[in-house]
Design a protein around this ligand. Structure first.
Ligand SMILES: C[S@@+](CC[C@H](N)C(=O)[O-])C[C@H]1O[C@@H](n2cnc3c(N)ncnc32)[C@H](O)[C@@H]1O
Length: 206
């Protein structure tokens, strides 16, 4: 089982990529042992608050080894595209054969290599957490989502600071999106006291 600390304190995306590449082959077994809850809660939110009646592709941002893709495909969502900065994690996801396409790219600061308004739903489980993606990345998730589409993301409590809330509020004030629902804080990993609590949010894009 790896130490989780180096993930949360990675000084840049290259360092984070190296950590995930090194963890990729053991990630599924280790996170199962850690009782990781985020994919289940994000999928539940997608089902409860997703764009009913709007068919279309789903983007799984920070798809990792494809846990979300597996859940979404089992439920009947599709096609599902995945995006991640770690080629090691993507290689494991590829073996699950649940994604239409997998793209190696980093969320922030540059635009992702997808067309604007391509997706009916954009999901990000475990990406807004220390050392990973910051609130400036929310703009890019909005750019990729169709009008009327839904974004569901988790955010760990340490990143939900004033700057994060200010970014969310600015996007609401600018009518880029509006809040549908926010979860209560919950244990992101039932088997780890080290892992911070998280919340899950659903927003509808204007
Ligand atoms: C905690 S894992 C979650 C993986 C998957 N979403 C799940 O729930 O099992 C975080 C994933 O996000 C990826 N990631 C972190 N920051 C990223 C960024 N800025 N851009 C793209 N991928 C990122 C990591 O490589 C890793 O695969």
């Amino acid at each position: 089982m790896p130490e989780l600390d180096p993930l949360y304190t990675a000084e840049n995306l290259d360092a984070l990529r190296r950590h995930y590449d090194a963890w990729a082959d053991r990630y599924d077994a280790d996170t199962r042992e850690l009782g990781r809850m985020l994919p289940a809660v994000v999928a539940g939110f997608a089902g409860k608050h997703g764009p009913h009646g709007m068919n279309g592709p789903v983007l799984d941002v920070g798809c990792g080894t494809g846990v979300m893709g597996t859940v979404l495909t089992a439920i009947g969502y599709g096609p599902v595209d995945g995006l991640d900065l770690s080629p090691g994690m993507l290689a494991v996801a590829e073996r699950k054969a649940v994604y239409r396409q997998l793209v190696e790219a980093a969320l922030g600061p540059d635009a992702l290599p997808m067309q604007a308004r391509s997706y009916a739903m954009v999901l990000a489980a475990g990406v807004f957490t220390p050392g990973h993606a910051g609130p400036e990345a929310l703009d890019e998730l909005i750019r990729l989502t169709r009008s009327g589409g839904v974004i569901v993301f988790s955010a760990s409590l340490p990143v939900l600071d004033d700057a994060f809330h200010a970014r969310i509020q600015r996007l609401c004030d600018g009518d880029a999106w509006r809040l549908i629902a926010a979860s209560a804080p919950f244990a992101a990993m039932l088997g780890s006291v080290e892992a911070p609590e998280a919340r899950v949010f659903a927003y509808r894009v204007a």
